[in-house]
Design a binder for this molecule. Sequence first.
Ligand code: HEM
Length: 200
Amino acid sequence: MLPAIRVHSRDAVEHTHLVVDGDVHLWVKAAEYFTNRKWGVDLLDHFILARVIHILGVVLWIGGMAMVTTVLLPSVRRFKSTEEQLAFFERIEHRFAWQARFTTLATGLSGFYLLAVMNGWHLYADLRFWWIHAMTFIWVVFTLMLFVLEPLVLHRWFRAQAIQAPEKTFRRIQRMHWVLLVLSLLTVAGAVAGSHGWRL
Ligand code: HEM
């Protein structure tokens, strides 16, 4: 099994962190590793580009969710009429859902590409790399919600509940957004710290 390789910058190419069996750190010439592979050094450019796409996706997606959770939902809950609450919330969420679908897709594709280039699949078998599990878990939850549950079930369920008991429904929705936001932020913190060498 090839070890997982992590590249932090082009300057670090000569001395790149190689993780062997999750814990033993070796300093190797990553240039050799990349030039020995099919796409040579191009692979490094692709890797860096994928990382840029990954982080842009995360910023837009999780940042948008933070805005919905901390600003939009509390404001909507103060609206006087239920119709107004529903119409406003649905219009904004509808637009954001399309953005979130796109950014979730970009984050997931670039994430799996990074993992493939690193040959880091075996990191899933090591709990010290919990942040890899956390990233994948958050991505699966959002992918299911945005692509399956929201269009098929949640949208109708939310409308019916909000008409019956608006205050309770918006409270629930806000609580759910808070849980997902906190988990996502913990994941971001763990991924940044973990991918730069921090271990449990
Ligand atoms: C299918 C889902 C995902 C996969 C396969 C994936 C994979 C990866 C990989 C392989 C890395 C590079 C690790 C390294 O250099 O050692 C990475 C970095 C990162 N990922 Fe993900 N990821 C996914 C989803 C997410 C999500 C949902 C978030 C945010 C909630 C996220 C946030 C980050 C962050 C912040 C970094 C660190 C970048 C850095 O500091 O250089 N990822 N991801």
